[in-house]
Design a protein around this ligand. Structure first.
Ligand code: CAA
Length: 381
């Protein structure tokens, strides 16, 4: 087993770290406070190839590996978790399934502008009454004589939704009370009957706008169907196998940001005759935080490298997301505690990291769903 990054991965990492520290981090607090969509940062990330990192260059991507993608996701999220998830949804939840399951025509027409960052993608699976139990969605796609579908329903919590040019949407195409079949299709901004509500109000990741989207008799042409009729749920699930690596990397980045600040503050803050870093209570917290961060990093990189090698990584992605997201909650909690009253103040970053960490235990499958995925893989043998 090798633990070193390749020369190319190191170069990608240092480019991302430098960009994140110089261009993203200084804006993160105000983006959060104003819930401002980071238009200019997204344009800069597009120039750096960060919006379609693992997509081949012939389809507008950077032609890099998923491990590089995970490294960059952690760096961007360390600076600004909102910007991290915008990037993650575009890469993992839109570009990845269109590349894997889309037609050559879709790759040229839709994937190329999204992977190059000229256009933005989103992913529509969750509905008001079906989050964890995704299969029981209510959005219906009725087959039409021309091979297209008539789409009716709604999706909610759609990250990038208010700004996306394209959304890959999953709908029931063969209703059945026991085993409905689903189909995946690309919705385009401006299609008649497709509307987007105002952005949601959330605890954290304020700059990453999400919204409910509605479909009322939207005619989706057959050219926009992704994968085979009835195979949409598999498209969604295999997409989430990759997406969960992105969210695990986001959680890792958030934890690293909080940890870094906790170390600095502990050396500066004085109490009982010295810096608080001399207190064993603080040292034990820092040691636990560092150890958990390193454990999460290994899980994230292992899952990404399995994806790169084309090995089934469903359980490993879920393990990485489960551990990294719960770790981020623990680490940001401790970082806030180390900062004491200042940690609770919105003038300091730890409270933002604490709020931002929480969503990583929820989106792209709650911790409970990750445990189900891991357990069912173990029990299948
Ligand atoms: N890859 C490919 N196919 C898969 C798969 C995978 N990883 N996992 C399951 N499938 C296939 C199965 O083989 C099965 O196929 P058949 O119908 O042909 O037999 C089908 O999918 C159904 O599988 P299950 O019976 O296991 O499905 P289930 O109904 O029991 O649900 C679940 C499984 C894991 C709980 C799933 O519903 C799930 O992941 N729920 C969580 C949903 C989720 O993560 N939502 C996130 C929304 S996106 C988001 O959050 C974005 C954002 O904001 C940033």
């Amino acid at each position: 087993m090798r633990f070193e990054l390749t020369e190319e991965q190191n170069l990608v990492l240092s480019t991302a770290r430098d960009f994140a520290r110089r261009e993203v981090e200084p804006k993160a607090a105000s983006l959060d406070r104003e819930a401002r969509w980071p238009t200019e940062i997204i344009a800069q990330m597009a120039e750096l190839g960060f919006m379609g990192m693992a997509i081949p260059t012939e389809y507008g991507g950077a032609g890099l590996d998923h491990l590089s993608y995970a490294l960059v996701m952690a760096e961007i999220s360390r600076a600004c978790a909102s910007t991290g998830v915008i990037m993650s949804v575009n890469n993992s939840l839109f570009c990845d399934p269109v590349y894997k399951f889309g037609t050559e025509e879709q790759k040229k027409r839709v994937l190329t502008p999204v992977a190059s960052g000229q256009k933005l993608g989103a992913f529509g699976l969750t509905e008001p009454s079906s989050g964890s139990d995704a299969r029981t969605m209510k959005t219906i796609a009725e087959r039409q004589p021309d091979g297209g579908y008539l789409l009716n329903g709604a999706k909610n919590w759609i990250t990038n939704g208010p700004h996306a040019d394209y959304i890959i949407v999953f709908a029931i195409s063969t209703p059945d009370p026991v085993k409905p079949r689903h189909t995946a299709m690309i919705l385009e901004r401006g299609m008649p009957g497709f509307t987007v509500a105002a952005p949601d109000h959330k605890l954290g990741i304020h700059a990453a706008h999400s919204a409910t989207i509605f479909f009322e008799n939207v005619h989706v042409p057959k050219e926009n169907v992704v994968g085979a009729d009835g195979e949409g749920f598999k498209v969604a699930m295999s997409t989430l196998d990759g997406g969960r690596i992105g969210i695990a990397a986001q959680a890792l980045g958030i934890a690293e940001a909080a940890f870094e600040k906790a170390v600095t503050y502990s050396k500066e803050r004085q109490s009982f005759g010295g810096s608080i870093s001399h207190h064993q209570a603080i040292q034990f917290m820092l040691a636990d935080m560092a150890t958990e961060i390193e454990a999460a990093r290994l899980l994230v990189l292992r899952a990404a490298s399995m994806k790169d090698r084309g090995v089934k990584h469903t359980a490993e992605s879920s393990m990485a997301k489960l551990f990294a997201s719960e770790m981020a909650t623990r680490v940001t909690h401790k970082a806030l505690q180390i900062h004491g009253g200042y940690g609770y103040s919105t003038e300091y970053a730890p409270e933002r990291h604490y709020r931002d960490a929480r969503i990583t235990e929820i989106y792209e499958g709650t911790s409970e769903i990750q445990r189900i995925v891991v357990a069912s893989s173990l029990l299948r043998g």
